[in-house]
Design a protein around this ligand. Structure first.
Ligand code: NAD
Ligand code: WQD
Length: 346
C-alpha cells in the first residue's frame, strides 16, 4: 500500500479493539482511505506485535493507547485530547462457550464498554459510530438468506444477547442524541488474513472457530480436525455458514463511515456483512486442502451444542444502500489464512 503522510485535517477515528483480528485489518483500510485511526486496546485478546504488522503494511506506526474501555476516565481524557470524528467499536469478548460459563463477564465488558464509549462520544462531540454486531442475533433463521428485518433471537447465548442489547442501546442513544449517526454491522463468519501475510488472527489456546482450527491442523499443530456433526439436514450433512474475507469486512467499515458522512443525522441503520453464499464445513475443509495443496486430517464427531444448522446473508441492502459487496471468495480467504498460518510458524 502506498505510504500516506499524516495531515492535520485528517479525520481521527477511535478504533476500540483495533489490535484485534477485525480491528487491525480495519485500521489498515482506514489509513489507506485517508482517515487517521487511533487504536484503543488493552490487549486482553491481542498482542502488541500486531502494531508491527500494521506498521509494515502502512509504512508508519498507528497511534496506539493501551486502555481498558471500561475505564471511563482514561477514555474521556483520550477523546478530550484527540477530538475524534467518530469511533468504530470492536472491543468485546467473543467466545460463545465462555459467555455461557460467565455471562456477567460478557454483559460487563460488551455492554459496559459501549455505554462508556457512547457517553464519552456525546461529551466530546464525536458523532459517527460504527458498531460490530453479529449474525448471531438471528439465531436459527426461519428463512434463508437472512435479511436485516428478520426477528432478533433474544434466547441465543449470553454473548449473542449482548449484541442484541448493544444494538438496542445504540438505537436508543441515536434518539437521545440527535446529532449521532450510527451503523450497526452484522458480520457473518469473518476468516482469512491480510494478503501481505503481515497481520491475521491470533487465536489464544485451542481455537473455537473452524478456520483457525483447520490452519493449525494443516500446520501439524493439531492432530485432527473434528467436524461437529454430519447428520444435519444439509446437502452433505454438515453445517452451513457465510464465510467472509476479513479484508472485505474491513473495507465495509470505511464505506459505512463515508456513507454516514453523506447523510443527515439522526441516523441509525443496520447492514448484513456476508458474501451471500453458504458453504458447508466439509466444503471449507476440502477447498482449503485443494487451493493450498495441503492435507487436513479430519474425523466426524458429534454435533456441537447450540450450533445453528444453516445461516447466510441476504446482501441486497448492503449492496444497494451502503454500496458495498464482498470482492473475495472462499478460496481467496483460505489461501490468505494459510499464508498467515505459515508466517506464524516462522
Ligand atoms: P478480537 O478478540 O480479535 O478483537 C477484539 C479486541 O478488543 C482485542 O484486541 C481485545 O484485546 C480488545 N478488547 C476487548 N475488550 C476490551 C476492553 N474492555 N478494552 C480495550 N480493549 C478490549 O475479536 P474480533 O474477531 O476482531 O472481533 C471484533 C468484534 O467483532 C467483536 O465485537 C466481536 O464480537 C465482533 N464479531 C466478531 C466475529 C468473529 O467471528 N470474529 C463475528 C461477529 C462479530
Ligand atoms: C463454524 C462451523 C462448527 C470448529 C461463531 C459464533 C458467532 C460468530 C462467528 C461472533 C460450525 C464447525 C468448528 C471445529 C467444526 N462470532 N466446526 N469443527 O459457530 O458459525 O459462529 O463465530 O459473533 O457468534 O458463534 O463459527 O467457526 O465456530 O463454526 O466442525 O473444530 O464449523 O460446528 O458448524 P460459528 P465457527
Amino acid at each position: 500500500m502506498a505510504k500516506r503522510l499524516l495531515s492535520p485535517d485528517m479525520k481521527k477515528v477511535i478504533v476500540t479493539g483495533g489490535a484485534g483480528f477485525i480491528g487491525s485489518h480495519t485500521v489498515v483500510e482506514l489509513a489507506g482511505a485517508g482517515y487517521e485511526p487511533v487504536i484503543v486496546d488493552d490487549l486482553r485478546n491481542s498482542e502488541e506485535r500486531v502494531l508491527d504488522g500494521i506498521a509494515a503494511i502502512l509504512g508508519r506506526r498507528p497511534s496506539f493507547h493501551r486502555i481498558d474501555c471500561n475505564d471511563a476516565e482514561a477514555l474521556n481524557a483520550l477523546l478530550a485530547r484527540e477530538t475524534p470524528h467518530g469511533a468504530i467499536h470492536f472491543a468485546a469478548d467473543k467466545a460463545v462457550g465462555e459467555s455461557v460459563e460467565d455471562p456477567a463477564k460478557y454483559f460487563r465488558n460488551n455492554i459496559g464498554t459501549l455505554a462508556v464509549l457512547l457517553g464519552s462520544m456525546r461529551e466530546h462531540g464525536a458523532h459517527h459510530l460504527v458498531f460490530s454486531s453479529s449474525c448471531t442475533v438471528y439465531g436459527e433463521p426461519a428463512t434463508l438468506p437472512v435479511t436485516e428485518d428478520a426477528p432478533d433471537q433474544n434466547a441465543t447465548s449470553p454473548y449473542g444477547y449482548t449484541k442484541v442489547a448493544c444494538e438496542r442501546l445504540v438505537r436508543d442513544q441515536c434518539i437521545a442524541v440527535p446529532e449521532l449517526k450510527a451503523v450497526l454491522l452484522r458480520y457473518f463468519n469473518p476468516i482469512g488474513a491480510h494478503p501481505s501475510g503481515l497481520i491475521g488472527e491470533l487465536p489464544r489456546g485451542v481455537p473455537n472457530n473452524l478456520v483457525p482450527y483447520v490452519t493449525q491442523t494443516a500446520a501439524g499443530l493439531r492432530g485432527k480436525l473434528r467436524i461437529n456433526g454430519s447428520d444435519y439436514e444439509t446437502p452433505d450433512g454438515t453445517c452451513i455458514r457465510d464465510y467472509i474475507h476479513v479484508v472485505d469486512l474491513a473495507k465495509a467499515h470505511v464505506r459505512a463511515l463515508q456513507w454516514m458522512e453523506q447523510r443527515p443525522a439522526p441516523l441509525c441503520e443496520v447492514f448484513n456483512l456476508g458474501t451471500g453464499r453458504g458453504n458447508s464445513v466439509l466444503e471449507v475443509v476440502k477447498t482449503f486442502a485443494r487451493v493450498n495443496d495441503v492435507e487436513v486430517p479430519y474425523e466426524i464427531g458429534p454435533r456441537r451444542a447450540g450450533d445453528v444448522v444453516s445461516v447466510y446473508a441476504d446482501t441486497t441492502k448492503s449492496r444497494d444502500v451502503l454500496g458495498w459487496k464482498a470482492e473475495r471468495n472462499l478460496a481467496d480467504a483460505l489461501r490468505d489464512a494459510w499464508r498467515w498460518q505459515q508466517r506464524l510458524a516462522d
